[in-house]
Design a protein around this ligand. Sequence first.
Ligand code: NAD
Ligand code: AKB
Length: 315
Amino acid sequence: MTINKEDKILIIGAGGQIGVELLEYLNSLYGSSNVVAADLKPSDAFAQNPFEILDVLDKNALINVVKKHDIKQVYLLAALLSATAEKNPLYGWQLNMQGLFNILDLAKEKQIQKVYWPSSIAAFGTTTPRQNTPQYTVMEPTTVYGISKQAGERWCEYYHLKYGVDVRSLRYPGLISYKSAPGGGTTDYAVHIFHEALKHKKYECFLSEYTTLPMMYMPDAIKATAEIMHAPAEQIKIRGAYNVAAFSFNPKEIANEIQKHIPEFSISYNPDFRQEIANTWPQSINDAEARQHWHWQHQYQLPQMVTDMLKNLKK
Ligand code: NAD
Ligand code: AKB
């Protein structure tokens, strides 16, 4: 990894599921005084870092924060996720798109040098092949979140091609973590299930038992994010977003894995509106390009992830 330790970094949405862990990791690379955390509200997770209350939609405030801290790289994590965006489609579209434009424009104007913005498996849709979904395929998302991710990918590529913006992106699968709660997605069940298994030995799942989705443990997601951001520019041949994958499972399979540690755990199913969202997403992802171009490799499979989640949540 090529790291310029002098760079000042801004994480927008630092208090979210990914932000909390990305902040911790970037602190270890750059030193906490060089990593500025920004979010709508403060959090104990930022205790060591410079912190700014910032709405990414407020462009003047954003410019002031970038100038004040002499920011070189921005990680834009502020967004409405799939389930929340379906409940408030226009605001979901506004936050997910205008937030991205505000950052891409700063990079176009050379006020910042490098941008990270995550896409999602939600950028695919019902007409996409659902097994081993390739990097390049039909993409007709039917959720507002998915539409914003697909459009965001195209705009990232456009800003790169037209204005030379160094923007990098991953299509994350559902992310599983214990350090901070998930923020309103369709894959959130795969985090809730651990908390309920430990607390109540049972869980009612909002997806049906055979709903298979691509997933990844957070340490691998942070590794992928850091690797793509620190790879030499010539290795980044895709400026929309890269497929990245680890493993896939359905609620029944993760429940079986948890039962190996907590035999009395039981799961029941009561699908809600999130089932319809999940039904439009791939079941497994082919990430050959990420593996070839910048040597991405995941570490965690389902059994190791479950063991590690339970060990850490018990603490
Ligand atoms: P999250 O909802 O947990 O966190 C988002 C953070 O952004 C929150 O702390 C929130 O307070 C903040 N925020 C919201 N509106 C803001 C605004 N106007 N200005 C500044 N901050 C604002 O989300 P996450 O799971 O950490 O996801 C981060 C990014 O990764 C999103 O773009 C999401 O689409 C993408 N992603 C996440 C997953 C996943 O499983 N977590 C999967 C695929 C893609
Ligand atoms: C969600 O479920 O909305 C996210 C995602 C896969 O983008 N976790």
